[in-house]
Design a protein around this ligand. Structure first.
Ligand SMILES: O=C(CO)[C@H](O)[C@H](O)COP(=O)(O)O
Length: 215
């Protein structure tokens, strides 16, 4: 199980500073959609330049022109690039083909997909690397989460890695860990805390402990 830190509500210098604090506790750093929307791929480039050994995910939530979008994010230094599960099958396949050519990975975000089980099966057959259940900020505000959806995709996804995002906190992490996703994505659960490194380190510890129990 890997831990991904999502950076959403910061600018480029703040993002780089924040990662300095928590880099030993995380496996992947995500340049979130809000940063990319306001600062563009410069944010991805700056993060990769600052931490060349860290896996960088560009959360660009592709919906169209997928091959081209993947090539641009890859050029900026992204190792993993996101596409929406609601995109056309041809877009998903285009993203996968381009990523394979460039040695990158594709994470599909199931945000707003209604039939999670059916779409996850289809996506799995297209050769994507990660399939992620995600409760976005707007549904988090209504008290929703993706814990049940994670169980649903775990039951049908056979090839891709499974991931979960959306409002995960230190207090709710044990429930997520129970379902054993391959990737756990946490934003505000770390970035909103005063001692970010202590929270990230505790999360990493809980993940590692659960793995030694399973093994
Ligand atoms: O993709 C996102 C929003 O669309 C966020 O990066 C993701 O939801 C993780 O952040 P948080 O833990 O704060 O919900």
């Amino acid at each position: 199980m890997e831990l991904q830190l999502a950076l959403d509500l910061v600018n480029i210098p703040e993002a780089i500073e924040l990662v300095k604090e928590v880099q030993d506790s995380i496996d992947i750093v995500e340049i979130g959609t809000p940063i990319i929307n306001s600062e563009g791929h410069a944010a991805v480039r700056a993060m990769k330049n600052a931490y060349p050994n860290l896996t960088v995910l560009a959360d660009i939530k592709i919906m169209d022109a997928a091959g081209y979008e993947v090539s641009q994010a890859s050029k900026a230094g992204a190792d993993i690039i996101t596409i929406l599960g609601a995109a056309e099958d041809s877009s998903i396949k285009g993203a996968v083909d381009e990523a394979k050519k460039l040695g990158k990975k594709i994470l599909v975000d199931l945000i707003a997909v209604k039939d999670i089980e059916k779409r996850a099966k289809e996506l799995d057959s297209f050769g994507v690397d990660y399939i992620c259940v995600h409760t976005g900020y707007d549904l988090q505000a209504e008290g929703k989460n993706s814990f049940e959806d994670l169980e649903t995709i775990k039951a049908v996804v056979k090839n891709a890695k499974t991931a979960i995002a959306g409002g995960i906190k230190l207090e709710t992490l044990p429930e997520v860990i129970k379902s054993q996703p391959d990737l756990i994505i946490v934003g505000g659960g770390i970035t909103s805390k005063d001692n970010k490194n202590a929270v990230a380190a505790e999360m990493k510890k809980l993940i590692e402990e659960s793995e030694s129990t399973v093994a």
